[in-house]
Design a protein. Structure first.
Length: 278
């Protein structure tokens, strides 16, 4: 089971890494237009799935589903914006600090408790952020704030999904997210619309495909193996993204930036193990 879970998580990581690379390549397009196409591409999969299995598209907890969509599209937009300012590996690493925000939100909104040792792990991850900002000249303030804001809203997404619980099918939740993203991205991109040319159409539409594959296989991996064994594997997305950045976009990473990324991954991985052991 674990071997299969590792294979699925690698597929997921590669899919997300390609998605990140395409967004980076399409840097001339406004983030909202990218969000619009990213969502359209995923709806091609989610709507037929729901119709085939006769699952209601409307869902049960409609208010929470819509709120999840709004929070999700905010996080996605900020993430895409940050890719224009920072190296891809750094952005992906910074986005993964979202569990820290999720844990804090859980204390206030879900009345959950955090072990004292988890705060140490969060501190390690946060030190990684400080190292990235303090010692890597490529990490500008604007890009850093956009990436952290994306992680903030991503952390809030976790809480909203927890509140929804099992009252709604996972694909219904994703479908709502994509429908809200299509609406928000479609409206906000109008003043900045740029008509794609040639392969740009295929690249924009492929975002939804890579996003769907990444989400699907990550879910499969988490279903096959224990959380504390499968969840940390998602951080290999950082490695694939960095390799693509180095080879395709000639990005460079200093010793300090690599150290910062490692600290973030170590802190969050240890937190995952600790949380799963509760």
């Amino acid at each position: 089971m674990l071997k299969k879970a590792i294979q699925f998580m690698i597929i997921s990581a590669i899919a997300f890494a390609f998605l990140n690379a395409i967004v980076k390549y399409l840097g001339d397009f406004n983030a909202y237009q990218v969000v619009f196409f990213r969502s359209i591409g995923t709806l091609v999969f989610t709507i037929p799935f729901l119709l085939k299995h006769k699952i209601s598209i409307y869902g049960n907890k409609k208010t929470l589903l819509i709120f999840r969509g709004i929070v999700g599209v905010t996080s996605m937009s900020l993430f895409f914006m940050s890719l224009k300012y920072l190296p891809m590996g750094s952005v992906v690493s910074l986005r993964y600090i979202s569990p820290i925000f999720a844990a804090v939100f859980a204390v206030f909104f879900l009345k959950e408790k955090i072990k004292h040792i988890q705060w140490l792990f969060f501190l390690i991850a946060f030190c990684g952020v400080l190292v990235l900002k303090g010692f890597d000249a490529k990490i500008g303030t604007i890009g850093l704030l956009l990436a952290i804001a994306s992680a903030f809203f991503s952390g809030l997404v976790f809480i909203v999904i927890r509140k929804i619980g099992d009252r709604d099918h996972p694909v219904v939740i994703v479908n709502y997210f994509m429908m809200v993203a299509v609406l928000v991205g479609g409206i906000l991109c109008i003043p900045y619309w740029k008509t794609p040319i040639g392969w740009e159409w295929a690249l924009l539409l492929s975002l939804g495909i890579f996003g769907y594959i990444g989400q699907l296989y990550m879910t499969k991996a988490l279903q096959l193996a224990e959380t504390n064994k499968a969840a940390p594997l998602k951080y290999i997305e950082v490695i694939f993204t960095m390799l693509i950045g180095l080879s395709w976009f000639h990005e460079s990473y200093t010793v300090w930036s690599v150290l910062g990324i490692i600290l973030i991954i170590i802190g969050l991985t240890l937190n995952t193990y600790t949380k799963a052991a509760k």
